[in-house]
Ligand binder design. Sequence first.
Ligand code: DCP
Ligand code: CA
Ligand code: CA
Length: 375
Amino acid sequence: MMESNAILEQKVVQRKIIHIDFDAFFASIEIRDNPRLSGKAVAVGGAPDRRGVIATCNYEARRFGVHSAMSSAQAMRLCPELKIIPPRFSVYRAASSEAHAIFRQYTDLIEPLSLDEAYLDVTGTHLCRGSATLIAEEIRQKIFQQLHVTVSAGVATNKFLAKIASDWNKPNGLFVITPEQADDFIFDLPVKKIHGVGRVTAGKLHKKGINTCGQLRQYSILELSRWFGSFGERLWELSRGRDDREVQTSRRRKSLSVEHTYDKDLAGLADITAQVIPLLEELQERYQRIEKEYEVHKHFVKVKFADFTQTTLEESLPTTGESVKEHFTQLLVRAWERGGRPVRLLGLGVRLVDLREERALEQLELFEKKIMGLA
Ligand code: DCP
Ligand code: CA
Ligand code: CA
């Protein structure tokens, strides 16, 4: 009962979300580290004569029509004086983590979207009198003072609006959408500003005479679902400024375990090994739910004796053809032998490798190769 009330209350509280995005990220960092580039049209990317691609460019270069993902050769044709600098990912990674250290002075609820972008939930923060606007301004100042590059920030009551807001006054800008302004703001918002509305969807909408979120609101959820499937429902919500997605922190799982405290102490080895199968079944059931995202790299066990002393033991996966069950059994026996007394609790667990993180790293490497024209 208590719990469901708490959940209800949480829903009523209006969130304060900040979205932060570095301006011309890779290019700004390169210009910072080489002041001779400042004032010039600068891009980061691969060499034009090696089929390289532009990763990004500064605002000076954008005036010539240069943009991300364009071939470097094309960029040079548009802007012959363009300076193309090869990327230095480790420097961008370091800048990103310095910015995160500043974010953490205000909240632990941080969701990185990429190296240069993050959502912050500052609903529970009392710093700056709890004003998300003041917090965003302070963060922008601190980043400029410490990193010598600029970021833009958006402040709103949800992720959808905060992200649009950070783009509104770019570069080096802040834009706040207060709860009172939100409705009018969205009413006039072009549909193509909605994340997920690409050229195809925008084209379909325009054909029906729908250009703004206000116009989108004239259609029922059923009509929109018929046209766009499940995204139609999402469009119906977003055109009303509704978005209840939580800021998801990147703190990912490192292990998974199950344990059981027994009504009657387990007297000896036979009693203990008899528990391996039920514990393992439960562990495997829970692992199945996340196995797409994680891989097991170690097994561990926990034994708590009747006198409340406890011991744990962990080991890499067996390479000797031992089954998972045999390995856990063997670990339990060895852990138990350390005390050799009756047991009140047993636990089995696995240490995990985060496949999502691994894939993100692989992607970054592929990205790097693409820019350099190597892939
Ligand atoms: N990036 C890339 N290739 C792309 C898009 C982006 O390598 N096709 C890299 C370079 C960018 C960084 O990601 O610096 C961040 O991307 P953004 O889309 O946020 O663009 P910028 O930060 O460069 O510019 P701004 O946010 O000011 O528009
Ligand atoms: Ca950016
Ligand atoms: Ca970005």
